[in-house]
Design a protein around this ligand. Structure first.
Ligand SMILES: Nc1ncnc2c1ncn2[C@@H]1O[C@H](COP(=O)(O)OP(=O)(O)OP(=O)(O)O)[C@@H](O)[C@H]1O
Length: 348
C-alpha cells in the first residue's frame, strides 16, 4: 500500500540547490537550519537521541499492560510544553479529566521534589480526583479547591502556565487519521509552529475508506504509514503508543518490536522504537536468586529499551523509577546495570 495513494497532498519536490539555499539563509539569519528538536526531559534518553525527538520522526512506544506507556508518553508531552513547545494528545483510552488529574499529581510531586521535605509529601492523583469530582459547597472554585491539597496550588499554577500549549482530544469512532491530521495542521497554523503529537493508541485509530479495513494488518499498515507521512509533512514528531500482541507475551518472555500488534510496517516505518517493561519481569534470574528483596526493588523500576534508533546508536537499556501514584516516573533515568533476559533481536 503506497503512501501516495492515501495522501491528498501533492509530493513536495525539492532540489538540493533549494535546500542548500534555505540552509544558507537560515544560518545567515541566526536561525537553526536543521530539524527542530523536542527534548524528552529524560536526560539519558536525550543523550541517546542527540538532544531529543526530531521533526518528521515517528516514535513507537510499546510495552506490557500497565507498564506505564500512557504515563511515560504524557510526561514527554508535559516536558515539551514546559519547555515552551506545543503538544496535541489524541487519547482513545483515558478522558481528558483523568489525564489532567494525573498531570496535577505529577506537578505536585515535582514541586515537592524541589523542597525535598519528607514530612510534607505531595498530594497524589487519587486525592486530586476526589477533590475535583466533589461538589464544592461554598462554590469558591478551582483555586480554593486546590488549596486543600499539599502542593495543589503549585501544581495548578504550573499547569496554568502551559495550559494554552497542551491540547487534548478525546478520541472516538469519528477521530480518523484524516481528522488527526487536520487537527494537528490547525494547531500548527494557529500557533505558528509544529506541535509534538501523541496518539494513545495506534490500533484504536478508526480507519474507513480503504479496502480490507476489517483486516487488522491492513488497518495498522495504513495508520502507521499515514502517521509517518503526517510527521514528515507537518514537521513534527509523532509518538504513537502501540498495543502488544497478547498471545506472543508468554511468561518469561521479553517483549520485542516483533510482538507489536498488527503489522511489520510498525517496525519498518518507525524511526524510534521504545519498549517499556517492569524490570522484575525481564531481569536475569541470577539477580533474583540470592537477594530476597531484589524482586521488590526491581518491581518499582521500568526498563526502557531503545530497540530501534534510526539516526543514532541503538542497543540502549535505561531504567526509570515508577511514581504512578503521582502519574509520573521520577525524571532521572539511569543505565541498567544488571543482565536482562534474552538477547536483542531487532536492529535498525
Ligand atoms: N492513582 C494511581 N495510583 C497508583 N497507580 C496507578 C494510579 N493510576 C494508575 N496507576 C497504575 O499505573 C500504571 C501505569 O498506568 P498507564 O495508564 O500509564 O499504563 P499503560 O501501560 O498505558 O496501561 P495499559 O496497558 O492499561 O494501557 C498502571 O499499572 C496503573 O494500574
Amino acid at each position: 500500500m503506497s503512501r501516495a495513494r492515501h495522501s491528498e497532498r501533492p509530493d513536495r519536490h525539492r532540489s538540493v540547490r533549494s535546500f542548500l539555499d534555505d540552509t544558507d539563509e537560515a544560518l545567515r539569519m541566526g536561525a537553526r537550519p536543521g530539524a527542530r528538536v523536542w527534548p524528552t526531559g529524560f536526560d539519558l534518553l536525550d543523550t541517546t537521541f542527540g538532544g531529543g525527538l526530531r521533526s518528521g520522526e515517528l516514535v513507537l512506544l510499546a510495552g506490557t499492560e500497565g507498564a506505564g506507556k500512557t504515563t511515560f508518553a504524557m510526561q514527554l508531552m508535559r516536558n515539551a510544553v514546559v519547555a515552551g513547545r506545543h503538544a496535541v494528545v489524541f487519547s482513545f483510552e483515558l478522558t481528558a479529566a483523568s489525564l489532567i488529574q494525573r498531570l496535577l499529581g505529577l506537578e505536585a510531586a515535582t514541586a515537592a521534589d524541589r523542597l525535598d521535605d519528607p514530612m510534607n509529601p505531595a498530594a497524589d492523583v487519587r486525592q486530586f480526583r476526589a477533590v475535583l469530582e466533589a461538589e464544592d459547597p461554598d462554590r469558591r472554585g478551582l483555586g480554593s479547591a486546590m488549596r486543600a491539597l499539599p502542593y495543589g496550588v503549585d501544581a495548578l499554577m504550573t499547569i496554568e502556565a502551559y495550559s494554552d500549549r497542551l491540547h487534548i482530544v478525546e478520541g472516538n469512532r469519528m477521530t480518523t487519521i484524516g481528522q488527526i491530521a487536520s487537527t494537528v495542521a490547525a494547531v500548527a497554523d494557529e500557533t505558528g509552529e509544529p506541535p509534538i503529537v501523541l496518539v494513545d493508541y495506534l490500533q484504536k485509530i478508526p480507519v474507513d475508506g480503504i479496502e480490507g479495513t476489517s483486516d487488522e494488518t491492513t488497518r495498522v499498515t495504513f495508520v502507521t504509514e499515514t502517521l509517518k507521512e503526517l510527521a514528515m509533512e507537518l514537521e513534527c514528531p509523532v509518538v504513537a503508543i502501540s498495543a502488544a500482541d497478547r498471545e506472543s507475551l508468554g511468561a518469561g518472555h521479553r517483549m520485542r518490536t516483533r510482538d507489536l500488534r498488527g503489522s511489520s510496517a510498525l517496525a519498518y516505518e518507525a524511526d524510534i522504537v521504545l519498549i517499556l517493561q517492569t524490570k522484575e519481569n525481564i531481569v536475569a534470574r541470577e539477580h533474583l536468586t540470592y537477594d530476597l528483596n531484589a524482586a521488590k526493588v526491581f518491581r518499582r523500576w521500568v526498563v526502557i529499551s531503545v530497540e530501534k534508533n534510526r539516526f543514532g546508536g541503538g542497543q540502549v537499556e535505561l531504567e526509570v523509577q515508577k511514581d504512578f501514584e503521582h502519574g509520573r516516573y521520577v525524571p532521572k533515568a539511569r543505565v541498567v546495570a544488571e543482565r536482562l533476559i534474552e538477547e536483542r533481536v531487532f536492529t535498525s
